[in-house]
Every structure is written in C-alpha cells, then in structure tokens.
Ligand binder design. Sequence first.
Ligand code: C5P
Length: 321
Amino acid sequence: MAVKAKILLMLSVSSTMLFFLLEFSNKLSFSVITYQLNIYKQNSCSCEKCLSEDKMFQFHHMNHSVKPFLTAKSELSEEDYAWWKNIQRERGDYSTYKATVKELFEIFPAEPDYEKPRSDRCRTCAVVGNSANLLKSHYGPLIDSQDIVIRINYGKVKGYEEDVGSKTTHRVMYPESSSRLDNTTHLVLFAFKIKDLQWLKKAFLTGFFGRSYTSTKSTIKANKDLVMVVNPALMKHAHVVWLKKKGVYPSTGFMTLILALHMCDEVHVFGFGADSDGNWSHYFEVLRNKKFKTGIHPGQQEFAVIEELANQKTIKFYRGY
Ligand code: C5P
C-alpha cells in the first residue's frame, strides 16, 4: 500500500512538473514569436507582411542586392551586359553602353524617385497587366486604393475605369510602346538595347529619328524628373533566376512584377493570364493575331511563377472575370 501511495505521489508530482514545463515553454515560444514579430515590424514596414524584409522572410528568389533601377553610380557587370546585349541582338560594346548610361544621368535624376522601406509605412502596389480577364472584373476601386499603381505599355484607362481603375503613378514602357504621360506619372523605361537608352534622351530633347523593328515615336511627353530606368541586371535576374532561362526573355509584365517585389512592401497583381486559346489578349482591343500566343515570352512559366507566389502568399493575385 505504501509503495502504491509513493508511486501515485511521484506520478502526480511529475505530471504537475510536466504541466508547468509545457506551460512555460508555450509562453516562451509565444514570447519569442512576438519578439520576432516586433523586430520585423520595427525593422521593415507597417504592413502585415513586408517584402522588403529579408531577415524574417527568406523568399528563395528574392535578392535585395539586385538594385531595381539604374542610378548615376550603378555599374552593370560585364557578365550582366553580355546577357542583356543578346536579348535584342545589340552590337554595341560594353564601353558604348556605359558612355550612353553616363549621358542619361546628365538630364535624368541621378537617383530614382521612389520611397524606400520605412517601419511606419506600408507601400502597397498594384501591378496591372493587360489581360482581357480584367473586363467585367470591377477591380477598379481595389486597384485605385493601392499607393502605387503601375500600368504597362498601352494599358488603357479611359472608358475602362470600373475594371482597371483610373489612377496611374507609374507607366512602364519601351520606345516602341511609348505613350504620352501626365506631369505626375513616373515613366519607367525597360531598355532592351543601347538605342532605347539613346531614344529616352533624344525623345525628350531633340527628337529621335532612328529606326527600330517597328515604328517608334520620335518624341515623348512626360515629366523628366520622374524618369526611372530599370536595371538590366534585374531583367536578367527575372530571366535566369525566376524563369530558369525559359523563353527568349521575360515579358515586360513579368519583369514589372519582379520590379514591384523590389520596390513595394505588398504587391497586388491584376490583369495577368492568357485567354482559353492560350493567347495574351488585351482588355482594350479585339485580338488580331490568333497565332501570337505569348510570343517569344515563356507565358506558361511566367503564369506558374505568379501562381506559386500567390500560393505562398508573397503576392495577392486577382484572376479576373
Ligand atoms: O501585351 P502587353 O505586353 O502590353 O501586356 C502587358 C503584360 O501583361 C504582358 O507583358 C504580360 O506579362 C501580361 N499579360 C498577360 N495576359 C494577357 C495580356 C497581357 O499576362 N492576356
């Protein structure tokens, strides 16, 4: 009997100890998580989750050392230049590229004008692709509620406000897809060859009269103080790392999405996705070339990456109507 009582006593003491131990470890791990969340909140941004934070969230393809925009001080490596010069068969050499970039910053801002991460700010962005799936989507107010709204090429606003919104803070373009901008919209240039960099300068100053694979506007109307030029190293990063070198090179829309991951804390993605025949049809026009599909760009691979990012909750992806 005495032995039984001892065993019972020992059991109850050890289970009480176990209970307190578990309780303590629960509290400990809870406070560690809270502490980590606080660090993350203090260090990065005020959103629920911050893309700019690389201590807490290690996205396997996020590389904050790749700078999104060219600056007067940035240097493109020869290796990155070698990738870039191949995409549209540039014949100019590395030194010509460097001299052209240097000239650009004599007239455009030496540092691009965009807000850097801050612990008390949540920089939300809408990346608006040109997919026909935006029609009847009623995404307009949701798009307009983001701080930054990035539109691409000819993505129209007038007449489509209910579905695509009316705000445009940034418009991405290249010479062959250029359009006139108002005084408050940032012109974000994707350059695919040295001539594109020369176009930027000439279109603002003297007029550009060179030739390209299609007609190119000789002048541009935009605020030159809001011009930003995407770093070719980021374009290469999108192709080599994110798309594993699939396709000839990434679409402007896909590279814009990668750009947004580098300049926003929260990214909302609209207007991406082919139609049921696999074509990249637009919300603002009837598809003419039904054989285009996604052209030289790896449309399926790009879409798979977008879906993966959405599944990981790295971005919010709105699939349209
Ligand atoms: O056709 P455009 O290049 O102007 O469209 C902008 C971007 O939107 C494309 O580069 C592509 O990434 C995306 N897009 C899409 N699905 C469509 C049309 C465009 O994903 N149906």
